[in-house]
Design a protein around this ligand. Structure first.
Ligand code: SF4
Ligand code: SF4
Ligand code: SF4
Length: 436
């Protein structure tokens, strides 16, 4: 038997494709070529024709051992995500966090100490930048005083260390003009959650009084667009909105011409979905509509993104959950997962791996918990072993698919069909481009 990197056989309308993701190698073959490859891998004697086929395929590096991604040995984060608050000024019908009024705001000391830590790590490892992001189980700008504080402090740290401090945020886009001006001045990138068409945004992402939020977010997006900010939009699709996916994409492309990416995700049935009755769209419809929207956007500035399809990435976990994601909740807990942000969530037992010690003024990390998080790695997910997306999707979202289960118990989900279909499309495009 030959020792080669993961080698997968895929099929599309043109026939078989050999794919070795770890070697970034792919080639189309016919059925007799496939048979020759099977013989070669079993170490059997090849005919001259079969040897020629293998020689030709070897030029693509299909048969070489690939480099398996590994986690860093030391925990030295240079990127922190801060959750300034858990309150929100919208009541989205599918909100995973069920966010409402502000219950907690991050302490100034916790935010500053996290920024100190990533800036110091960046200096120690010789990087020319560190990154501070805002996200949350609420709207970060509902704690605007904290955002200002942490952005100014990031600038201060950048000045005294001589290392660039990049700042980005996710927001629902309900911002006043002062906040928009602040974004234009401080942020290098912003992601706005927005469902696109007025009727969808107003229905799915209403204010607490039930009124629609389209006009408010549209104003923000137009100002970002005119202000030269690098920004993207994230839209969530439900059974009620998936049919409009292409219209959403075209609307955004035309109305906000400088928006670089539209991130589309099917709603996951959790949080407020459970009481509002919003449902995950049918996977086949999502795939069909997504691919058709992608075709319509060909040649335009706006690019579609879906989290489970990233054929250009070679990784061992879907997000940085197993690689030391440094995220601080509004209560000062360190979590590896954006969606596990409350102590009352049973999954916090796994995903919380530290906290801010207000008395000592520093973060305390639990090494055992960090080691256990390191196991949420696709190499431990038997279910993913034969999937060609193994090193791209890398087991998908562990908080949703595993929760507290062991990685060996991974069973996949309906999303696997989307992940494979959209990743295959990316691979086909790369192969076409190579041939041109
Ligand atoms: S999805 Fe985001 S914007 Fe909507 S209610 Fe939840 S936290 Fe607020
Ligand atoms: S585990 Fe899932 S929900 Fe948590 S940060 Fe990763 S992708 Fe997001
Ligand atoms: S089996 Fe599913 S979760 Fe696992 S890598 Fe493949 S697409 Fe991702």
């Amino acid at each position: 038997m030959k020792t080669v990197s993961d080698l997968f056989v895929l099929r599309d309308e043109q026939g078989p494709i050999l794919y070795a993701p770890l070697n970034v190698a792919a080639a189309r073959v016919n059925e007799s070529g496939l048979a020759a490859v099977a013989k070669y891998l079993r170490g059997e004697t090849l005919s001259p024709d079969e040897s020629d086929v293998i020689g030709m395929l070897a030029q693509y590096k299909l048969f070489e051992p690939g480099v398996i991604p590994v986690n860093p040995e030391r925990f030295m984060p240079v990127h922190v995500t801060l959750f300034p608050t858990d309150g929100c000024n919208l009541r989205c019908r599918y909100c995973y966090a069920g966010a409402e009024k502000i219950r907690h705001k991050m302490s100034v000391a916790a935010g500053r100490a996290a920024i100190d830590l990533v800036a110091e790590n960046a200096r120690e490892v010789g990087r020319d930048n560190f990154l501070v992001g805002f996200h949350g189980n609420g709207e970060p700008f509902c704690a605007y005083d904290r955002i200002r504080e942490f952005c100014e402090y990031t600038q201060f740290r950048a000045e005294i260390t001589g290392i660039r401090g990049n700042i980005n945020t996710a927001t629902n886009g309900v911002l006043n003009d002062e906040q928009i001006d602040f974004c234009l001045a401080f942020f290098s990138n912003i992601n706005v959650s927005f469902d696109g068409l007025p009727e969808l945004q107003n229905r799915q992402r209403p204010f607490p009084d039930g009124s629609g939020s389209f006009d408010a977010v549209d104003h923000t997006l137009k100002r970002f667009d005119e202000g030269g900010l690098s920004f993207g939009i994230r839209a969530t699709l439900t059974t009620d909105s998936v049919d409009a996916l292409e219209d959403v994409a075209m609307f955004i492309s035309e109305r906000y011409p400088h928006c670089s990416q539209l991130h589309l995700e099917p709603a996951w049935e959790c949080g407020r979905c459970l009481t509002t009755g919003e449902h995950t769209p049918d996977v086949d419809v999502f795939i069909r509509k997504y691919l058709s929207a992608q075709d319509k956007l060909e040649g335009k500035y706006l690019k579609l993104v879906y989290s489970g399809a990233r054929q250009d990435l070679i990784i061992n976990s879907f997000c940085s959950v197993c690689r030391g994601s440094f995220t601080v909740t509004s209560e000062g807990y360190v979590t590896a997962c954006y969606e596990v942000c409350e102590k009352s969530d049973p999954r916090s037992e796994r995903y919380f791996y530290g906290s801010f010690d207000e008395n000592a003024g520093c973060y305390v990390f639990d090494q055992q918990k960090m080691d256990a998080l390191g196991r949420l790695n696709v190499e431990n997910m038997d279910n993913c072993r034969d999937c060609f997306c193994r090193w791209h999707c890398a087991g998908d979202c562990s908080a949703k698919l595993l929760g507290m289960k062991e990685p060996e118990e991974h069973e996949g989900s309906a999303r696997c069909l989307i992940n494979r279909a959209l990743t295959l499309r990316q691979l086909q495009k790369r192969m076409r481009e190579r041939e041109e």
